[in-house]
Ligand binder design. Sequence first.
Ligand code: DLZ
Length: 171
Amino acid sequence: MASEHKNLSTFEGTEIPDASKMKFGIVWAEWNHTITHGLMKGAYDTLIKHGVKEKNIITKTVPGAFELTLGAQYMAELSHVDAVICIGCVIQGDTKHFDFICDAVAKGITNLNLKFNMPFIFGVLTVNTQEQAEDRTGGKHGNKGDEAAVTAIKMLGLKNSFESNKGKIGF
Ligand code: DLZ
C-alpha cells in the first residue's frame, strides 16, 4: 500500500470534530500483548487528547483477534457506546491460520458497522513480522492505535453531522 515509509499518525491538514460528548469502547486482543497494549494505549490517549472524558471510555480484552467481533458486539449492545475501536495484531506464521483470522475479523467488523449503523474501527495490524508490528506501534510508521481513535472520532462526527442536518442537502 501507499503508506510505505510514511508516518500516518500526524493527522496534518485534517479537521477532527469535537469529541467531548462522545462515548467509546475499546476492545483489544491479548494475543501479541506488548503490541496490542501499545495500540490500545495510543488509542486511549488520543481519545483523551481530543476531549473525550475518561468516564466515557470503556476498555475490555478478548483472547485473540478472532474474538474481537463478538467482544465489540457485546460492547455495542450492553454498554451503549457511540463507537467501538477494535484492536489486535495478527502476525503471519507457517500455516494458513493468519488468512482465516484476518479474513474473519475484517468481515466481522465490517458487518458490525452495518448491523448497528455505528462506527466499529478496524485497528488490527496484519503483518509479516514482529518488527513490522513494532514499526506501527509507536515506531517509524506512527501508532495505528492513534489513527484508529481519530478515525472513530471522525466517523462519529460524520454521523452526527448527518443526523443534525437530516433532510437537508448542502450542509
Ligand atoms: C491461534 C492464533 C494465532 C496462531 N495467531 C494469532 C495472532 O497472531 N493474533 C491474534 O490476535 N490471535 C491469534 N490466534 C488466536 C485467535 O485469534 C483466536 O483467539 C483462537 O483461534 C481461538 O478462537
